[in-house]
Ligand binder design. Sequence first.
Ligand code: GRF
Length: 202
Amino acid sequence: MNIAIFASGKGSNFCAIVRAIKNGSLSGARISLLVCDNPHALVIRRAKQFKIKTLLVVREDFYNQVSFEQAIIQRLKAEKIDLLVLAGFMRMFSAGFVRSFPRKIINIHPALLPAFKGTKAIRDAFDYGVKITGVTVHFVDALMDHGPIILQETVRVLPQDTLSVLEKKIHTLEHQLYPQALKLVIKKKLKISGRKVVGVTR
Ligand code: GRF
């Protein structure tokens, strides 16, 4: 399966997925493209190290959202991409874009959805004082941080944990959970009914 990873930042999840493919724990997958909207993102350098092509698309360089998304779609088609994997891509897609890739866009969120949506999820959960938070991998629909949940795993917040300790715990879990969830999708192991993932086949 041909994957495009969408990322705007550090790319630690990008690296975790690349590693999982290289060490054989995520077989049947190939990352053909990084899509990045931030020319200064560290993930671009990481893609270069792994010899993965990058499509840099800066929204401000396009007349509107439609032309921005058209440029992305054109390249995804040219690269024959089967699966869009969002890993810290800090931009929403239009409903039309999402509809063009039914059940083909996956996202990771650093909290237990539907709690703590948005870009500051780890901090928001920490500031709220939750005792348990976690990570969610889900299919993307037209709403923000929304869509059928593929996998979720919890992280305990201990009384002595600082925000940076919690961030570390969350990221460590993300790097395990994202390859696991992608494996289920790639191997077509998910049973989906309506808007829910209702089971996993062996
Ligand atoms: C991750 O915490 C992910 O859950 C969120 O954005 C962050 C990306 O981190 N959507 P990285 O660029 O993969 O290090």
